[in-house]
Every structure is written in structure tokens, then in C-alpha cells.
Design a protein around this ligand. Structure first.
Ligand code: PMP
Length: 434
């Protein structure tokens, strides 16, 4: 029998033990955490809509009108008019032919990748894709090629090696732990050249970037070029659940093959109605997105002014990479003592040596709150760790510059030997990062 205590001991010894903290009351820019008021600086409730009165009201009314649950999967008896209405509004917002709801972003990614990456195919996945994409690849019958983070040269090489078996390229739009944006134009160009589909996970892009918060794909002008776009309802839209935007034929295929949709209960009416109200607010008040983006800039500038430069970016995700897992936890605890909640993120959610505070701003934070938070964070980082943060930031910015300097995607004859070596290590398996 597995020695659970021994395994827990091992997790503890590696500084990776996780535990839950308790929030009392609604999710807002300030919360009561384990009984203490704190500024919340690690939530995905980017637009501050989870506790918006209209969103709450919509959920409450839907509960009274339609009940709390859907009672079955959509293919049995759980498909309700309210699901279809939300799908129509999401498709309209994302300018896609149709949309299909899933129970969560995790379920959507696992289900779609598994449905599309079949035995004999090769699926191409960015090395920093979300754990749900990684798990979809693991469950799929296809081989997986993990390309270096945002490394289109590596992807190009892999596609060529696959010799026409490349079925799907999958990437986060905005990367969840680094807040950077995938090189979507180059990815789409490669997909067209190699006849592969493109799937983009917009969990952190919807409501945060692009025109009116329509996401990274819209920002790149690629709404007609991406085959599948996954979005979630649990982040900027303040509710719970997810959706896939695609054409009708693809939706029909997913409805018949995506196991996480077929075998899972439909989202309950209150969560559907809450997301619908949040989407309405986003469309009525696009300035919320501008405020969110300004807040991101305020926090980045305030951290830099405190001697803590973070990688350049325009998303609400601001990574302060500390490196060692125990150091990251210690910094997080000290920041909490100053009244700011910034959870430490450790492996396997991020690669080994990449433990960090993943700071996230919300549209509902004030500038003063963010400047004070930056001071609290700066006060909690010891001088030795500061130097490492500055170095990492310089390295990250330099590698982003190199990527940007490549104006076109190169094919295998110009790919360096080191790219080939990296590729051969990952062709048959998946990196272990989440
Ligand atoms: N994709 C990404 C990029 C995510 O960050 C997350 C959640 N953190 C998910 C998918 C999963 O979404 P959900 O929480 O709705 O399951």
C-alpha cells in the first residue's frame, strides 16, 4: 500500500507542502483572510465582477427561477435554455460561429485536446501551457511535442519533423504564471503552412487584453484564423465554468467526442446567469479593462521604483520570480504580515527554481493600494533575493527581445543544433511543469 505519510514527508522536505487559507465574505480587492483584513493581490477576479451587485442579483434570480442545479449532463436532461443563451452571447462577443459550454476550464482543455489529438497524430504544446492542457495531452492518443516557451523556431522544427502528422498546436494566449502573451501570429502562420489546427486558451486573456477585453487572439486580429478558443467564466467573468468558441461542425464533433463534456453535469443556472451578467457589464463598461491595464502598469512601476523590476508586460499578471520554493514562501508570509495576500507559487505549477509571487491586479484596486502593496512586497524581499530578481528580469526581457527581433518563422535548415537537441528530448514525453 502507498505510504501516504512518507509521501507527505517528502513533499514537506522539498518545501512544497500546500494548504488552503480561508476567505470569509465575498471576493473583493480586500478580503478577510483567516480572520484578518488584507489586500488581495493574487486573485483572477480581474475585473472585480465576482461580487458585483448585478452579477450577484442575476445568480440569485436564476436560482429562484431555474433552481440550483442542472441535474444531468447536457446530453441527458441538463441542457437548459439559459445555457444556449449564454453560448450565443459568448459567440457574439468572441465573433465566433458558435460556443459550447464546459463545466470548467480544466474540463474544456482536457476534453478538447483529447478529442482532437488522436492516435497517429502529433500535438504541439508550449512548455509553459496550463496543467489542464498538459493533462489533455497525457490523456490523448497522440504523441506530444513540447516546444520551448514561445519558441516558434522550435515549433517550426517540430512540425517539420512530424511530416504532416501535426494535428493540433495548443497554447495559452496569456500565460497564467508569467503574464506574457503567445506569439499567435507566427503560430497561426506555421499552422497554415503545415495544415494543423490552432487552439488558444484565453483563460487569462478574456476581459484583460485586446479590444474591449476580447482577448489575445482578438488583439492579434486572428479571430477568423484560430480553430478553437477556450475561455473561462471563473476569472474575469467572476463566475464558474468555461466555453469553447469554434465553428458549428467542430462544436458538433466535440459534443460527440469530448468526454469531459459528455460525462459531466451541466453548469448550474446561477453560475450561468452570473457569467451572463458579467459579460453584459464587460460589454457596457469596457473602461473596466482600461482600468485593469492601468493598474497593471501602476504595480509594475511601483515595484520597479522599489528596486524590484519585473518583466515588461501589459497583462494583470505580474510575476516576481524568487527562485527557491522556501524563499518564496517566506517572502509571501512576510508580505502577509504587512496586510497583503500574495500567494507563493511553487513547482510543479512553475518549473523547478522558478518559485514566485504571482501578483495579480484587479480593476477594483486603487492606485494607492497598489503602491502600498509594492512597498510591502519590497520590504519583505531580502537583499540577496533582490539581486537575483533583477538578474532574472533582465534575462527574461532580453529573451523576449530576441523573440521579437525574429520577424519571420524560420524552417528547420536554420534551426540551431541546440534547438534540435532540446526537441529530441521532449518528442516522446511531456515536460513535468504544470
Ligand atoms: N487554463 C488556464 C491558463 C488557467 O490558468 C486555468 C485556471 N487557473 C484553467 C485553464 C482552468 O480553468 P478553471 O479554473 O475554469 O478550471
Amino acid at each position: 500500500m502507498t505510504d501516504i505519510e512518507g509521501l507527505l514527508e517528502d513533499i514537506r522536505d522539498r518545501g512544497l507542502m500546500r494548504r488552503m487559507r480561508m476567505v470569509s465574505g465575498p471576493q473583493g480587492p480586500r478580503v478577510l483572510l483567516d480572520g484578518r483584513p488584507v489586500l488581495l493581490l493574487c486573485s483572477n477576479n480581474y475585473l472585480g465582477l465576482a461580487d458585483h451587485p448585478r452579477v450577484r442579483q442575476a445568480a440569485a434570480e436564476a436560482a429562484m427561477r431555474y433552481g440550483a442545479g442542472a441535474g444531468a449532463s447536457r446530453l441527458v436532461s441538463g441542457n437548459m435554455r439559459i445555457h444556449r443563451r449564454l453560448e450565443e452571447r459568448l459567440a457574439d462577443f468572441k465573433r465566433s460561429e458558435t460556443a459550447l459550454l464546459f463545466g470548467s476550464g480544466y474540463l474544456a482543455n482536457v476534453g478538447v485536446v483529447q478529442a482532437l489529438a488522436r492516435a497517429g497524430d502529433v500535438v504541439f504544446s508550449d512548455s509553459l501551457n496550463h496543467a489542464s492542457i498538459v493533462d489533455g495531452c497525457r490523456l490523448a492518443g497522440a504523441e506530444t511535442f513540447v516546444y520551448g516557451h514561445c519558441d516558434v523556431e522550435h515549433l517550426a522544427w517540430g512540425l517539420q519533423q512530424a511530416g504532416g502528422r501535426g494535428s493540433l498546436i495548443v497554447t495559452d494566449g496569456v500565460f497564467s504564471m508569467d503574464g506574457d502573451v503567445a506569439p499567435l501570429r507566427e503560430i497561426v502562420e506555421l499552422a497554415q503552412r503545415h495544415d494543423a489546427r490552432v487552439m488558444v486558451d484565453e483563460a487569462h486573456g478574456t476581459g484583460t487584453v485586446g479590444p474591449d477585453g476580447r482577448g489575445a487572439v482578438a488583439a492579434a486580429g486572428l479571430e477568423d484564423e484560430v480553430d478553437l478558443l477556450v475561455g473561462t467564466l471563473g476569472k474575469a467573468l467572476g463566475s464558474y465554468g468555461a466555453y469553447v468558441c469554434c465553428d458549428r461542425r467542430m462544436a458538433k464533433y466535440l459534443l460527440n467526442t469530448a468526454r469531459t463534456l459528455i460525462y459531466s453535469t451541466a453548469i448550474g443556472p446561477p453560475a450561468v446567469a452570473a457569467a451572463m451578467a458579467a459579460l453584459e457589464l464587460l460589454r457596457e463598461q469596457p473602461r473596466r479593462v482600461e482600468k485593469l491595464q492601468r493598474n497593471g502598469a501602476v504595480l509594475r512601476e511601483a515595484l520597479a521604483a522599489e528596486g524590484l523590476p519585473v518583466p515588461a508586460g501589459h497583462t494583470p499578471i505580474v510575476p516576481l520570480v524568487i527562485g527557491d520554493a522556501e524563499h518564496a514562501v517566506a517572502v509571501s508570509e512576510r508580505v502577509l504580515e504587512q496586510g497583503v495576500f500574495a500567494q507563493a507559487i511553487r513547482p510543479p505549477t512553475v518549473p523547478a527554481g522558478g518559485s514566485r509571487l504571482r501578483l495579480t491586479v484587479m480593476a477594483s484596486h486603487t492606485k494607492t493600494e497598489l503602491r502600498e502593496a509594492a512597498k510591502a512586497v519590497a520590504g519583505a524581499v531580502p537583499p540577496s533575493v533582490r539581486a537575483a530578481i533583477a538578474q532574472r528580469t533582465a534575462d527574461t526581457d532580453a529573451s523576449v527581445d530576441v523573440r521579437a527581433a525574429r520577424s519571420t518563422v524560420t524552417e528547420s535548415d536554420t534551426v540551431s543544433d541546440s534547438a534540435r537537441a532540446r526537441a529530441s528530448r521532449v518528442f516522446d514525453g511531456l515536460a513535468d511543469a504544470a
